[in-house]
Design a protein around this ligand. Structure first.
Ligand code: ATP
Ligand code: ATP
Ligand code: MG
Ligand code: MG
Lengths: 465, 465
């Protein structure tokens, strides 16, 4: 007999936690740390606060079993804007609940990363998560919570309110089964690379042996905060258009397009509607289904919409990229290419690439460092669009670069919607527009390297003479 | 101001349909076809019915726009067990609703594949899905449905019941934006390879030009149906153990272990509980949280549990694998290796590998064909564990195989839980146990090829003399 059932989102990711990146104790410890740190950095940047992020990983039972895998307490604290106690339980214990479902550049986007860290802790150690937070410095809220995984909702074991100390921020403490031996290098790399592309952040990390790592703020200049943006017409599909029409306040199609789309002015809207053979003065609610499909089809064919404006984005910029690469790799030669803004499926994005060559740090061969929305991506390199570009679309011979030259390529993609292929945010899909911009950027920095090498070569010939 | 919201599972996958494999019109057309065909094959096999699966892809408007991408009607019909009309709307229009959340080998496992095909059709063409089904041949139910994406529930536009024609089965018709030009080769490959590992199935496929492809049944012998199995102790985590203890009817810990775990008999349970220092006679409900964690920790350390028994699985077997490879590749030499059953994280699995060499069909170089639970995996080869094994863990020089020899490796993994890394079921995670078994299987067939080549070499030397 066939029996049907439904499972909640948390139950789905409990059973299929590989999909979210929590596949084994080493990877899970890494993922939990990164999900919480990314939440902290988002919470600071959203409010324009210079981030102070403190991370501590401690064995639960230091005198007990010392072989990995074993239980660790992971605690991440920030000085961000805090979280409203009305929303905290759901934000942390409910999958698909969050504040980042908007069209705005942020590290988070799925409404489940922090929840997964907490879920993994619970299913491996049974310990509740401890969360403290203050939005105003006056009241400090402390929660002890479990997740009701079958129902996708919080179980609040305790909620205390005490007087705050004047500071805002949040701390999250989870206890989880981890394999620090296997994960430690990646975790250290993660903090180091996070500090490099977020030099305005102070990050402290204390490892299980109590050894502290300090990543001091390199600058007091916060990047300009990203802006929420309206969708670009080329990103629309029939479902989104129907919703728009249903809830529209605007009385005419033309007004609706202008009010709801990115960079669509009256004249563009007029011109487009003539192209689509729809009356600009028509009531949006009067369109039938056929016409909605026709409207969306025409939108995708109309090529006179202004390209998305990437002023809503917050790229690294030359100064930060240069400083970070210099600090980390101390290369003999450094080239930077910041591409002009572009878009895929109506989502604006900007690509920034750096190339580092030579110097004492780099080893022989090509090394790739990938970043997206200021997050370092340390796994699944071979699946990433950047790897594909380097290995399949660049003709290295063209640039006369010696076979084993010590080279690092650093890529940063920022967008209102990073096209991750997995929930664990490990690598980017090979969207053609991204591929094209990455290729152009890499070619440009390789051209500069070629110039450097040829000048270097002729200078050495001059020396020898 | 920070505003929080929740999104439903269908809304999540609507916004992030890349995660489910529906990233562009070509890939979406492929995914929709495969999700529906996999549902049909599951529906037949579950009931021991020799499958008849008919697939038709027709342009929605044959006289209209003929350039891809454009709207296609995809219709898949089967003679399976049908679906109870009480459950049909939720099964097809609700994400995370289905009948395959059990521990039993099947193609489906996430409760959302068919729903995604329907969702993608709706958001690109606005057309409802048409479903007809009969579970007894007496009544035929017809539904016309949309998905309420924001609420993750069906919108039934119509439901008619007429007299059946005596046959059971289901047909699903979706209209979706597809790119047939780009997808056609992959779609044809998918049907061809599906037919090869499911030779008991009759498959018909009519493409948009009306050209029919027949994949006739090669055998009337159905594979032995897979069985539902209890979880193996090594697959348990603290959450699962707590649920078990909470709902347990058994009065003692020993009885609980025997009743709920795969291949745990009274003596093994006794021995284990002594190892874990817990009284076998204790009431399961009396354990506190610390003891539950201790119990699960001990389970993972105890190495005297019997290995999972893979009799619940339904592998291809030598006959089917041989016949399929012979038919498709007509090689000069064919080697087969069926590995003994193994397990990862308590989930039983079986690996079967074939190697084909030479003959008229194979081109120079190594080609990899991957299958899991009788599904061909045609994308993201470089991310798959099988690719990793072939390229990183096999020392090809060992087998004295010429550089450009025409070789194909065919791998099939069957399990109660295939470790896909993505919701789109594109490739398998590199679980160490899978990696080990694949490596051993590939080494064995390469050893046999080496023997063949050396015999062939010496025969040719004899000829020349
Ligand atoms: N340290 C923090 N300070 C303030 N708010 C936080 C913090 N951590 C999480 N939140 C809030 O909780 C919400 C849910 O976090 P969660 O990590 O589960 O999802 P997300 O960050 O929105 O998306 P993603 O799954 O991509 O990480 C966030 O959207 C944010 O509003
Ligand atoms: N052709 C069919 N005949 C009978 N039942 C079907 C058919 N197609 C779908 N179903 C039922 O609908 C349910 C939901 O299908 P859906 O494809 O959405 O999920 P699934 O097959 O369970 O898992 P997956 O997401 O991995 O495909 C199935 O579990 C099955 O019970
Ligand atoms: Mg997050
Ligand atoms: Mg399915």
């Amino acid at each position: 007999q066939v029996t049907f059932s439904e499972i909640s989102p948390s139950e789905f990711f409990y059973r299929n936690r590989d999909l979210a990146g929590f596949s084994n104790p080493a990877r899970a410890l890494y993922m939990a740390a990164r999900e919480l740190v990314e939440n902290s950095l988002d919470a600071c940047e959203t409010a324009g606060i210079l981030p102070e992020v403190h991370v501590r990983i401690t064995p639960l039972d230091p005198k007990g079993e010392s072989a990995d895998p074993r239980a660790y307490v992971l605690r991440v604290q920030d000085n961000g804007l805090g979280i409203d106690p009305k929303h905290a339980p759901n934000a942390f214990a409910r999958v698909f609940y969050g504040s980042k479902f908007k069209l705005r550049q942020a590290r988070g986007m799925f409404g489940m990363g922090g929840t997964m860290a907490i879920l993994y802790g619970q299913i491996t150690t049974n310990k509740p998560v401890k969360i403290t937070t203050s939005v105003d410095g006056k009241k400090l809220h402390s929660f002890s919570m479990l997740i009701d995984i079958q129902e996708n909702k919080p179980i609040i074991l305790s909620h205390e309110t005490v007087e705050g100390d004047g500071s805002t921020g949040t701390s999250v403490e989870v206890t989880l089964q981890g394999d620090f031996l296997r994960a430690s290098q990646k975790i250290a790399d993660y903090f180091r690379q996070t500090a490099l592309v977020n030099p305005f952040a102070n990050i402290t990390y204390i490892d299980p042996q109590g050894k502290p790592f300090f990543y001091f703020r390199g600058t007091e200049a916060m990047p300009s905060p990203p802006q929420e943006t309206k969708p670009h017409p080329h990103g629309i599909d029939v479902e989104a258009m129907r919703r728009l029409l249903r809830q529209a306040n605007e009385k005419t199609l033309q007004k609706l397009l202008v009010a709801n789309f990115h960079r669509v002015g009256e004249r563009t809207a007029q011109k487009f509607l003539e192209f689509a053979r729809l009356d600009p003065q028509r009531d949006p609610k009067s369109l039938d289904n056929e016409e909605v499909v026709k409207l969306v089809g025409a939108i995708h064919k109309f090529d006179e919409f202004l390209a998305p404006d990437a002023s809503c984005l917050s790229p690294l910029g030359e100064e930060i990229l240069k400083a970070g690469v210099q600090k980390e790799l101390q290369p003999e030669f450094l080239a930077i290419e910041l591409r002009p803004p572009s878009a895929y499926s109506g989502f604006p994005f900007v690509i920034e690439v750096a190339l580092a060559y030579g110097g004492k740090v780099l080893q022989e061969g090509k090394k790739l460092f990938r970043f997206a929305n200021r997050i370092p991506l340390l796994y699944d390199e071979a699946n990433d669009v950047a790897w594909k570009v380097l290995n399949e679309e660049i003709d290295w011979k063209n640039y006369k670069i010696p076979e084993h030259a010590p080279i690092a390529i650093i890529t940063h993609v920022c967008s209102t919607k990073v096209p991750y292929k997995t929930v664990g945010k490990e690598y980017l899909a090979d969207r053609p527009e991204l591929e094209r911009e990455l290729k152009n950027a890499v070619r440009e920095v390789l051209r500069q390297l070629k110039g450097h090498l040829s000048r270097k070569g002729s200078m050495e010939m001059v020396k020898r003479k």
